[in-house]
Design a protein around this ligand. Structure first.
Ligand code: MN
Length: 767
């Protein structure tokens, strides 16, 4: 009997079903992932009937073979991940090259396979894409943040020559976000935050509205679980009514369109949670003040019809003044086009209407990925070319930046393309990011103007330097020779140019002082050990600098000045053994620099010792590390260390508003993470005081129920204070409780929220 070997069937063969053989694994045995792969092939065939499935099949078999035995955190076979990434790409209607690269995207990073292997098997194009999404080797980096920044930079570089690199990275991130529940809370927060800070804005910048929305909502629940739960509850409460209302509106409009012979598809939506959250936060609004919470969308056949529908809608419902926007005539920087208006229906319900053509809709949802829907070639449209122009500029710019984090913060600024148009007194236009200040304006004229700015006039009147500029403002900058930039400027400047220039100036001047201090510390330490520094050349210092992963003597001295490395250790590296013979007096006199030096560049683990508030760096008992008072991080939160002058290392929550301003001095930042208690330790885990504010109805028994929840969880209450809400509505209860970690805190907050009459529970960062 003839046995057909489906796996070797050529996709081009006329008789063979191109999907045949998919349900069989490489070895011919049934494979639990086979059904999913079949689904992938079906999606590709439906979306791109002309595409060659052979390369996809080959990539799948390759991936199966090389990821064999690997598991994901969820316990599933690892290969499910590249498969699901490929599925996302197929649903984006990407070509088979991209889908094959998607199947292979982790092969180089996580298996012994090399880029050259991929090139031999699948061609240069696929290899280039896979190389672009492959992370840089871990050991090359001082800390997690630098690594993250370098990986993003690498991806953007690769994306300039092939956009599919970023599309695969986004698909990869989407699947990782969808399966984030399996990771530890700290990893969850870090990945979710990175998604909100980089990947979702990147998707937005590339016009991929749908993907951006999903990434944001997935990340929101991990970054701010309390706000997420509260908001989703609020939305759920109004959902039934909102949907019924929208359905009525839609059918009224459909009827009217028909009467006027306009072809159009009417859809409706309730605003996505994260964009709702952002709007409420930015503008301090409550949910019922959000005018576009409910929206309908009309998708028409032509631009002409868009304007016709626009008129029709205003004849049916009253428009809200100031809310009419024509993004068809003036597209957004990411090429989004649509007409927007907000109208009021009977009963006072407001809703937004968006009107656009099918093509505009496709661009709004899929952005740069829309390009692949109909075209199989690699030629890129003029619009997509423009989308990439800013990446090119950024990549060009990055050559000047030595600090990867500087690159990252520039990227973050550039991901938000909203602009404001201002003028010089002579009428020259100066385009600045939204909310830019006169200082941004000054730096855009000239660095020297920026550095010596003392004041500004807007429209002829003196203003503060932190004033936010508006469209049409005429700005005049006052300067004074010898005046210098202030660190404070970083708290309100918005343009990457101004911020880079200010940081550059500050770094230069800070570094000079730190180098001076470092030199003195080393000299003092050398005297103590009766060591003559004269016998060392600059080359000796460069060698030691190299041992710390730096390139120059200056960097080494600055590092000592900032307290990152100890003078004693540097001496010991200059001449091994030179600082070993130490009397107890000398030891006592050597301050704590030895500890700091030994930290070198690795990630520092911190934990609380024996229930007290003192933090320690693992193995470095004498290094003073403390929780920053501004944010009081608790175990399980993402944290970051900052070397202060003379006070040790301050540990901040990554979400602390001060962190953004502190971090620009990358020399002084160190990575820290929570450590588990030492093995065999019987010490009870430390508890941290956290302040919770409960907004609730003023009813009998409320306080008792709340305190019962806390004490039932074996949690100590340090203080409690209850008073009527000053706005005359309900009561406010102010608790300081002792929590174990984020999980514990979230559990308590969730339980308190379930108490009838509790409207909101908020954590205050200050205790
Ligand atoms: Mn991956």
């Amino acid at each position: 009997m003839a046995i057909v070997q489906p796996a070797t069937t050529k996709a081009g063969s006329e008789l063979a079903d191109p999907l045949a053989g998919a349900a069989t694994g490489v070895a011919g045995a049934p494979d639990p992932t086979a059904a999913r792969f079949l689904h992938l092939l079906e999606t590709v065939r439906a979306n791109r009937p002309a595409d060659d499935l052979e390369i996809i099949r080959k990539a799948w078999e390759f991936s199966l073979e090389h990821h064999r035995g690997q598991l994901r955190a969820s316990g599933e076979p690892y290969v499910i991940h590249p498969l699901e990434v490929a599925q996302v790409l197929a649903e984006m209607k990407m070509d088979s090259t991209a889908i094959a690269a998607g199947l292979l995207h982790d092969a180089v990073e996580d298996t012994p396979v090399t880029s050259a292997d991929i090139a031999t098997m699948f061609g240069e194009q696929v290899a280039h894409i896979v190389e672009g999404v492959t992370k840089i080797d871990k050991i090359q980096f001082a800390n997690r943040e630098d690594r993250q920044a370098e990986n993003v930079r690498k991806m953007l570089l690769a994306m300039v020559t092939d956009v599919r690199v970023v599309l695969i990275k986004l698909a990869d991130r989407l699947h990782n976000m969808r399966t984030l529940e399996h990771l530890k809370p700290e990893r969850q927060q870090a990945i979710a935050r990175e998604t909100l800070e980089i990947y979702a804005p990147l998707a937005h910048r590339l016009g991929m509205g749908k993907l951006r929305g999903e990434l944001e909502d997935l990340a929101f629940r991990y970054v701010d679980p309390v706000a997420y739960e509260q908001l989703s509850r609020q939305v759920e409460e109004m959902r039934a009514e909102g949907e019924a209302f929208l359905r009525r509106v839609v059918s009224q409009l459909e009827e009217r369109l028909q009467q006027h012979g306009i072809q159009g598809q009417v859809q409706w939506r309730i605003k996505r949670l994260y964009s709702l959250h952002q709007k409420m936060q930015d503008q301090h609004l409550t949910i019922d003040q959000i005018y576009d919470l409910l929206a309908i969308r009309v998708i028409t056949q032509s631009v002409q019809d868009c304007y016709a529908v626009f008129g029709l809608i205003h004849s049916m419902w009253r428009p809200v003044p100031g809310r009419i926007k024509d993004f068809i005539a003036m597209p957004r920087p990411n090429f989004y086009q649509s007409l927007h208006t907000t109208v009021i229906a009977g009963g006072g319900h407001q809703f937004e209407v968006q009107i656009r053509t099918e093509e505009m809709h496709r661009v709004a949802e899929e952005g740069i990925a829309a390009h692949w829907k109909y075209k199989a070639d690699d030629a890129i449209s003029a619009r997509d070319e423009q989308r990439l122009a800013w990446v090119r500029q950024l990549v060009e710019w990055q050559r000047e930046m030595t600090d990867p984090n500087e690159f990252l913060s520039t990227l973050k600024i550039d991901l938000y393309p909203e602009e404001v148009y201002t003028f010089t007194p002579k009428g020259k236009v100066v385009v600045l990011p939204k909310d830019a200040s006169p200082v941004d304006f000054a730096y855009s004229i000239h660095t020297e103007v920026g550095n010596t700015t003392t004041g500004a006039k807007v429209n002829g009147r003196m203003v503060q330097l932190r004033t936010r500029l508006r469209n049409g403002d005429i700005v005049e900058i006052l300067t004074q020779t010898g005046h210098t930039p202030s660190r404070d400027w970083l708290s309100f400047t918005k343009s990457s140019r101004a911020r880079n220039k200010i940081k550059h100036w500050l770094n230069e001047h800070q570094r000079e002082r730190a180098m001076e201090l470092g030199r003195k510390l080393i000299e003092r330490e050398a005297r103590k050990y009766k060591l003559s520094l004269n016998k060392f050349q600059e080359a000796d210092f460069v060698r030691v600098a190299g041992e710390y992963g730096m390139g120059t003597q200056a960097e080494l001295l600055a590092g000592v000045g900032f307290g990152k490395y100890s003078a004693r250790q540097v001496l010991n590296k200059l001449e091994p053994g030179s600082t070993m013979a130490v009397t107890p007096e000398q030891e006592a006199a050597s301050e704590h620099h030895g500890a700091v030096g030994a930290m070198s560049d690795a990630v520092k683990r911190v934990f609380f010792g024996k229930g007290s508030d003192s933090l320690q760096v693992e193995g470095q008992d004498d290094l003073l590390v403390y929780r920053a008072r501004c944010c009081n991080p608790i175990r399980g939160e993402e944290i970051i260390g900052y070397v202060t002058r003379g006070k040790g290392v301050a540990v901040h929550a990554r979400s602390c508003p001060n962190v953004q301003n502190l971090l620009y001095e990358s020399d002084r930042r160190i990575s820290v993470e929570w450590a588990s208690p030492p093995e065999g330790s019987t010490a009870k885990p430390a508890r941290y005081p956290v302040r919770l504010i409960v907004y609730c109805d003023d009813r009998t028994g409320m306080l008792k129920e709340l305190t019962a929840i806390i004490s039932d969880d074996d949690t100590n209450i340090r203080s409690v204070d209850s008073k009527p809400n000053p706005d005359g509505n309900g009561a406010i209860v102010d608790f300081v409780i002792e929590t174990l970690d984020v999980r514990h805190l979230n559990r308590l907050v969730t339980a308190m929220r379930r108490v009838p009459g509790v409207r909101d529970v908020q954590r205050m960062q200050k205790v």
